[in-house]
Design a protein around this ligand. Structure first.
Ligand SMILES: C[S@@+](CC[C@H](N)C(=O)[O-])C[C@H]1O[C@@H](n2cnc3c(N)ncnc32)[C@H](O)[C@@H]1O
Length: 431
């Protein structure tokens, strides 16, 4: 078959044909000194977006269409995915990720996992059609145990892939990835300029709260371009900076959407130890593993004390999260798994739950369509990526910044948090 031959040739010519993600993935780094990729202005990206706005292999164009045609050859791709999976696991283990060992350990705890599963399962939760498709090479998408056993390891592999030339341990890579995101979030919150009305609201809130006091840890305002610094959301005077220094330490409540097995959730909890953190996910199997992981933390740790998990749809959190009730809403590596329609509905729901103190912030981190690494992925890798993540084309063509503004967020900026990932941040103004 001619098309298969083309692909086999591509695969053979390129070493290490692993998808950027196979089973469950995230991807981010540590570039606080970098200016935002873009700020309030952003061109509308659609399926016929300019080539430099998205990878050539995604969302329209000759290369993308060819790849999509190849992916359509199902039997061939099933075989290829199997081969890629073996290689993914082998490479991960060589790099110190205990892939099969951890999966086996979890399988041996199935009785406990079943209990956690039962305790978190919400029968009324509906799974959207996009969510029940084959995903990350698992036929049942994210709704199965083998995927749940492997999420954490896949996350470690993803972090290691961000810095391929450095000999980092899985933990070092993960720390770097997560703190790049968290530091960016803190810096954004500390850099918010409140309007007079918002300032009054915030002062009332602080004086009625028993929590506060931790020192800001990061420099102010460097996420904003100079030209933005006289606008709302930017820093103006030294007095402003001092006033804002404590904002990020007054984050009381966090919602982590698409929390999976809790990796992003636990990092957030440790970074904001006074906050109540709610992890939301559609996969009860993933949540069961998250709970198992939670109880491996010391009983006194913030992770043990402050984190809850909810089985629910990010599109509809009305049953469990009140409007305007959360200070920080994060979404780490979920948007590349979504069709655009779902992304828009979720952004509207994120807006609904964000507090109206003026500091209520959303932070979305995921693959960066403008990243040189992502744009120049070798053909076998982007082909596999597209074949295992069916909404890639929609994600790479989505203008996330504009969609956030459309949802109602202000001061929307994008920060390149590592060579592969971006974090898009915004806040809800006081109405
Ligand atoms: C790549 S994982 C996220 C990993 C995790 N946040 C981290 O950073 O390690 C994406 C997660 O989003 C969840 N997800 C996808 N669509 C969702 C939806 N509509 N509502 C809730 N969770 C969803 C999936 O079940 C999956 O666990």
């Amino acid at each position: 078959m001619h098309t298969s031959f083309v692909l086999v040739t591509l695969l053979t010519l390129t070493e290490g044909f692993l998808p950027s993600h196979t089973p469950a993935s995230p991807d981010t780094t540590l570039l606080l000194s970098k200016p935002p990729i873009s700020s309030s202005s952003s061109s509308v990206v659609s399926f016929d977006a300019p080539d430099e706005e998205k990878p050539k292999w995604a969302a329209g164009g000759v290369v993308s269409d060819l790849v999509n045609a190849l992916i359509g050859i199902k039997p061939f791709f099933s075989l290829m995915k199997l081969g890629a999976r073996q290689q993914l696991i082998g490479t991960a283990e060589q790099n110190g990720v205990p892939w099969r060992e951890r999966a086996l350990a979890l399988r041996q705890k199935q009785a406990i996992l079943d209990q956690y599963f039962e305790s978190c399962l919400v029968d009324s939760v509906e799974y959207p059609e996009y969510y029940t498709q084959e995903f990350h090479a698992y036929e049942e998408g994210n709704l199965n145990w083998p995927a749940a056993y492997e999420c954490e390891q896949a996350t470690m592999s993803m972090a290691l892939r961000v810095w391929p030339t450095e000999s980092l341990s899985p933990k070092e890579a993960q720390d770097r990835l997560r703190y790049s995101f968290i530091d960016t979030v803190r810096e954004y919150i500390d850099g918010i300029t409140l309007t007079d009305q918002e300032r009054v609201k915030q002062q009332n809130r602080v004086s009625s709260s028993s929590q506060s006091g931790a020192k800001p840890m990061f420099p102010f305002g460097s996420l904003f371009k100079k030209s933005e610094q006289s606008q709302p959301g930017a820093l103006n005077t030294m007095e402003d900076k001092v006033n804002k220094a404590k904002y990020s330490s007054s984050v009381d409540s966090i919602v982590d959407l698409g929390c999976s097995v809790g990796v992003s959730t636990f990092y957030l909890s440790e970074a904001f130890p006074l906050s109540k953190v709610t992890g939301v996910d559609l996969s009860p199997q993933f949540l069961a593993v998250a709970k198992e992981r939670q109880w491996s933390y010391p009983i006194t740790s913030p992770v043990s004390r402050n984190v809850d998990f909810v089985h629910g749809q990010a599109e509809n959190m009305e049953p469990f999260i009140a409007s305007e009730s959360k200070d920080l809403i994060t979404a780490c590596f979920i948007f590349h798994e979504l069709p655009q329609d779902a992304s828009r509905v979720i952004l509207a729901e994120m807006f609904r739950i964000t507090s109206t103190s003026g500091l209520g912030t959303v932070a979305i981190t995921d693959n960066n369509p403008k990243s040189a690494v992502i744009q120049n992925l070798p053909p076998p890798i982007f082909t596999l990526m597209k074949s295992t993540e069916p909404w890639s084309d929609e994600y790479y063509a989505f203008d996330l910044e504009q969609a956030m503004r459309d949802a109602g967020f202000v001061d929307v900026i994008t920060v390149e948090t590592d060579p592969r990932h971006r974090t898009v941040l915004g806040r809800r103004s006081a109405e």
